[in-house]
Design a binder for this molecule. Sequence first.
Ligand SMILES: O=C(O)CCC(=O)C(=O)O
Length: 264
Amino acid sequence: MRVCLIQLAYDDDESLAERTRRVAGLVREQAGADLVVLPELWSAGGFSYREWPERSQDVRGEVAQALAAAAADAGVWLHGGSIAERPDSGETGPEGKSLWNTSLVFSPSGELLATYRKIHRFGFAGGEPKLMEAGTDLVFLDAVGLRAGLSTCYDLRFPELYRAQLDQGATAFVIPAAWPMARLDAWRLLLRARAVENQCLVLGCNTAGTHAGTQMAGHSAVVAPTGEVLAEAGDDQEVLRVDFDVDTIAAFRQDFPVLADRRL
Ligand SMILES: O=C(O)CCC(=O)C(=O)O
């Protein structure tokens, strides 16, 4: 299986239409890959809270349509990162808001096959808890020989989410992010921790560049279930390409059966 993580860099100057065209072009360039992953909230701006209302969209809106077309043209499974989701239906959540941080997954024919609403909202009294609803459901991408649990950025700090995904058969985790440079060490540590403790392949696709006054950490990474970092990006925009034999996940779990020793 070939995976491509598109570590996108952006600043505050690019319009939504320009960025969407640029990202769709980058996805098309990955034809030949099996799975392509984009970062969290690239269309809305991870830390651009004030832009979110204006840049929010339905899961079948213009950003999703551009991603669907790019996935189909490239013939790849596409985890399109997340959007600031405002449903056209007018749906509101339990807190009365109509905004979620929602990841979109497309098949190689461009069909929207899964959406995941970020469960743990980042920002304490501001940002996501103030503006967005929390997701509630575990969501998986079953493709290319993987059962990949979906999560987003701050979710990475909550190991019980990944255990719950493991208990539902996860062999991998796909984690788009807009993780800041100020906490790069935690990002690198937690990606490896989630891989080692769950014996899962981890695909962490972060953002690069500086927007809304916040420098992003980059350092997207592919981490094997052993904890070995198979590839890691630098600080700038970069596409990380890794070939991985998915059969090695089951083989490693059999050779080193830690998960069988859990005491519940
Ligand atoms: O947990 C962190 O340090 C960063 C989280 C974050 O930036 C996010 O969830 O958007």
